[in-house]
Write a protein that binds this ligand. Structure first.
Ligand SMILES: Cc1cc2nc3c(=O)[nH]c(=O)nc-3n(C[C@H](O)[C@H](O)[C@H](O)COP(=O)(O)O)c2cc1C
Length: 188
């Protein structure tokens, strides 16, 4: 699949078939993740590939609590009907953890940012695009408290995101984009 086509047609998937994902596809997705750019090529990411659905059940339980907390703080009514079943449906969860000590040049600046998070995010995007080009659905998932995710998956670094992957059970919903006119300014 052409790169532009993959970017334009990837959509978040929140409904997965009960169908195993081939290991060679999982490995290709992980390899694509490692080709993301990173500060000073520090490659601050690590990947925990979860194929045991029991972990998804625990994540969903924790996410329900996070969702309730978020609903109470934000007042977002739509959250009430936001079903988290996809967390247990997805046959593959990939927990992407980032190492804050691998921040590249940023850690020596006066205002250190979070370049390791940026790099992990680039890796996640590569994974979502790779999954799409391999005929799989994916979701970039963050509805969890980080300490809970660390405990569930036995990771000690920053769990920047969890990528849910599987064969899509339904065509993705439509998500609209704002126009370039609204978002772009040229300086000529
Ligand atoms: C940093 C980040 C965190 C996200 N967290 C969640 C999440 O926790 N749950 C979820 O359902 N979608 C999550 N998403 C997916 C967005 O909702 C989705 O990308 C957005 O609505 C645009 O839709 P599209 O991906 O189908 O184009 C996240 C996306 C990003 C970039």
């Amino acid at each position: 699949m052409d790169c532009i086509e993959a970017i334009m047609n990837r959509r978040s998937c929140r409904s997965f078939l009960d169908k195993k994902v081939e290991e060679d596809k999982i490995l290709k997705i992980l390899e694509c993740a490692t080709y993301a750019p990173s500060p000073a090529n520090k490659q601050p990411w690590e990947f925990t590939v979860v194929l045991d659905r029991e972990y998804g059940k625990r994540l969903k339980e924790e996410s329900e609590k996070t969702k309730a907390y978020l609903a109470s703080r934000s007042g977002w009514k739509w959250l009430e009907s936001f079903d988290l079943d996809f967390v247990t449906q997805a046959p593959v969860l990939i927990v992407v953890t980032g190492d804050p000590s691998k921040n590249g040049a940023e850690q020596f600046l006066n205002e250190p940012g979070k370049c390791y998070v940026d790099a992990c995010s680039a890796a996640i995007q590569n994974m979502c695009l790779a999954a799409h080009s391999l005929g799989l659905g994916s979701l970039w998932y963050t509805l969890y408290e980080k300490e809970s995710a660390k405990e569930i998956f036995g990771v000690d670094k920053d769990p920047v995101g969890i990528v849910c992957i599987g064969y899509p059970a339904a065509p993705p919903g439509v998500t609209r984009r704002k126009s370039l006119e609204e978002k772009v300014r040229f300086i000529r």
